[in-house]
Write a protein that binds this ligand. Structure first.
Ligand code: ADE
Length: 227
């Protein structure tokens, strides 16, 4: 899978793409991520990527032209399955969305900033707006990082333990069971005996019980999720 990220702050991505599972996914060529500075597609000498809103109002608006040039340059090089705009008023990103997006070959994530993006960008290029939650970030960069990470970990092969991504919380609308490692006794707080029993069937039953209990207690809405 290839992800092209259009942003005013490509340097924000360096740390995230250079660590942990994302780094491994990229090194092992399961995933290609390319960042593009929208400012490189401006023509004026001040490299303006934003301007005042027509009709007045607070904040600046990201201009259509540099974004259009950047997208069209990429589209001249390959076909994109979808172009997503990171926006707080977008569709809620979730595990189902991550799973389906991870099947795509080439996608673009456009990071919005300031007061928003000229509406003509949406009309002309955007397949879908995506939000990572009901709060407003300073820009779409963190959202694009969240989405890139969530996609990478469900690409088959990226996580070495083949079943690990599938038992993530939310993967089947259940939260994960609690996990423990050594020591078996920490200041009198003991690991549940069943996990030390060596009985696979009992352990599997216990885990499922815990998952149902946790989901019921913390996120009962997931148990009635029709999606
Ligand atoms: N940009 C600003 N806030 C955002 C959010 N919650 N999700 C996606 N993009 C955003």
């Amino acid at each position: 899978m290839r992800i092209d990220i259009l942003t005013l702050f490509p340097e924000m991505f360096e740390g995230v793409l250079g660590c942990s599972i994302l780094k491994r996914a990229i090194d092992r060529q399961y995933l290609e991520v390319h960042t593009h500075n929208i400012r490189d597609y401006t023509y004026d000498k001040h490299h303006r990527a934003d301007d005042y809103p027509f009709g007045g109002g607070a904040g600046m608006v990201m201009m259509v032209e540099p974004i259009a040039r950047c997208i069209e340059q990429l589209q001249s090089e390959r076909t994109y399955d979808a172009i997503y705009l990171m926006a707080p008023d977008g569709q809620q990103f979730n595990q189902h969305k991550a799973n389906s997006m991870s099947m795509l070959q080439n996608i673009i994530l456009l990071c919005g900033h300031y007061k928003g993006v000229d509406e003509r960008v949406r009309e002309l290029y955007i397949t879908e707006d995506l939000s990572i939650g009901d709060y407003v970030l300073s820009g779409g960069e963190l959202a694009a990082m969240v989405i890139t990470d969530a996609l990478a970990r469900v690409i088959p092969g990226v996580i070495s333990d083949g079943t690990s991504a599938l038992t993530d919380s939310f993967q089947d609308d259940l939260l994960s069971a609690p996990v423990y490692t050594r020591p078996a006794d920490f200041r009198g707080h003991r690991v549940p005996d069943v996990l030390l029993s060596g009985n696979d069937k009992l352990i599997a039953d216990w885990k499922m019980e815990q998952r149902l209990k946790r989901t019921q207690e913390r996120r009962p809405d997931l148990l009635h999720n029709e999606e």
